[in-house]
Design a protein around this ligand. Structure first.
Ligand SMILES: NC(=O)c1ccc[n+]([C@@H]2O[C@H](COP(=O)([O-])OP(=O)(O)OC[C@H]3O[C@@H](n4cnc5c(N)ncnc54)[C@H](OP(=O)(O)O)[C@@H]3O)[C@@H](O)[C@H]2O)c1
Length: 377
């Protein structure tokens, strides 16, 4: 047939392909864009034999300039008549920079494909309406769930007023996370430990209970070559300020911050000694026993603008956050060795995954397995 287009994929396939690329691009600055989400944008020309990317942009470090403005700047006049792929609805409000929706209109793009509408209900749809009114064809919802995953922290903070929480635990083949009185016990191998370090890079804060600091004296930094600067803030749930001032955590406190969450029950003298070690101290409301409600802990971290937290144990802290329904994702590393009778039982094993979680991904790191569970809601 003359002009047959049998080999040209349908528009929906092309849209998914470029939106997937925009989502991958957005991951580059995840956790590094301040209060803004890390958004990906592509300007694609479809008037040739095959689609061609004319401009690409990811929200800049610190949150500005926005992805769309950078992609449009790179495309220049080639944006005329092109399709823009953006992982989040273009902004419509005049903040520190002019609205991205207006910039798209001015550029002459013919079509805009959006993955997720603005989560702020007061402005949702306004970016779309600016584009609509200018006669630009708009489609939204393309790869929405993938894009939501990529900006889960931002959506959680905007929608629920608290950061997205991932619980990471390493569990031995017999369901233990450590051994009583033994400090750090190697549950998994080097490859899995490096994967954990990569997870740290992808979060804005690492959190542990003070029991882990006392037992293990961990550094909780990123030690992957070239990524050392990407160590997130280290948060300790420490109602009575029991963290020892000589803890290794403080050795690098000038480069990577330490935040201690204390209650009003903490002794002033101990708090001052920790402040002298350059710890930031944040008072969190507690009950008469100095217990925090995990919701309040997360709310307090959300007020600080933190969007994603990696909770790295120990057993008691993990149990409390699970019981309060505050865990959104579980990353369970399962080792191949056993700990034995004096082990500390894990609050989660493959056989005791809390109700409401389902397996999202499984992978292997040498002899160890990683099972990632997602909350079904
Ligand atoms: N395999 C792994 O993935 C992994 C990871 C981390 C740790 N671990 C192991 O786990 C062990 C430590 O676990 P753990 O259960 O003893 O300690 P933990 O969970 O690290 O810390 C527990 C302490 O944190 C404070 N805390 C936690 N939740 C609280 C809340 N809602 N309100 C107020 N305070 C709260 C309390 O401090 P106060 O006692 O001062 O009230 C509590 O006793 C170590 O042996 C370590 O090696 C294993």
């Amino acid at each position: 047939m003359p002009g047959a287009s049998a080999s040209v994929p349908p528009q929906a396939d092309i849209d998914r392909r470029f939106m997937a690329a925009a989502i991958r691009l957005s991951l580059r600055h995840r956790g590094l864009t301040g209060e803004n989400p890390s958004v990906g944008a592509l300007i694609v020309r479809t008037d040739g034999a095959a689609p061609v990317i004319a401009g690409r942009g990811v929200t800049a470090l610190g949150g500005r300039p926005h992805a769309e403005l950078q992609a449009l700047a790179e495309a220049g006049p080639a944006a005329q008549g092109a399709t823009a792929y953006v992982t989040l609805e273009p902004c419509s409000h005049i903040g520190k920079s002019p609205p991205c929706a207006d910039a798209l209109v001015a550029s002459g793009v013919a079509r805009v494909v959006i993955a997720v509408l603005d989560p702020d209900k007061r402005v949702a749809g306004r970016g779309v309406s600016i584009l609509d009114k200018a006669g630009i064809e708009v489609a939204h919802g393309c790869l929405e769930s993938e894009a939501r995953k990529a900006m889960a922290g931002f959506l959680s903070l905007k929608g629920r007023g608290r950061p997205f929480l991932t619980l990471k635990l390493a569990v031995s083949a017999d369901g233990m996370i450590g051994r009583r009185g033994a400090g750090q016990v190697a549950i998994t191998g080097e490859t899995a430990r490096r994967a954990v370090q990569m997870m740290r890079v992808e979060h804005e804060a690492i959190m542990v209970g003070v029991g882990t600091i006392v037992a293990d004296d961990p550094l909780l930094t990123v030690r992957l070559a070239g990524l050392e600067k990407r160590s997130p803030v280290r948060v300790v749930v420490d109602p009575f300020a029991r963290t020892p001032p000589e803890a290794k955590l403080f050795d690098e406190a000038d480069r990577h911050s330490v935040l201690l969450l204390v209650s009003e029950k903490a002794q002033r003298r101990q708090v001052d000694a920790l402040r002298d070690r350059r710890a930031a101290i944040r008072a969190v409301a507690s009950d008469y026993r100095g217990r925090f409600d995990p919701r309040e802990v997360l709310r307090s971290l959300g007020v600080m603008g933190l969007k994603s937290i990696l909770l790295e144990g120990g057993a008691e802290t993990a149990r409390q956050f699970l019981a309060a329904g505050m865990v959104d994702r579980i990353a369970l590393f399962v080792g191949s060795t056993t700990v034995g009778g004096d082990g500390i039982p894990s609050p989660v094993t493959e056989r005791t995954v809390p109700a409401g979680f389902t397996v999202a991904e499984e992978s292997r790191f040498g002899m160890d397995r990683l099972i990632e569970y997602e909350r079904m809601d």
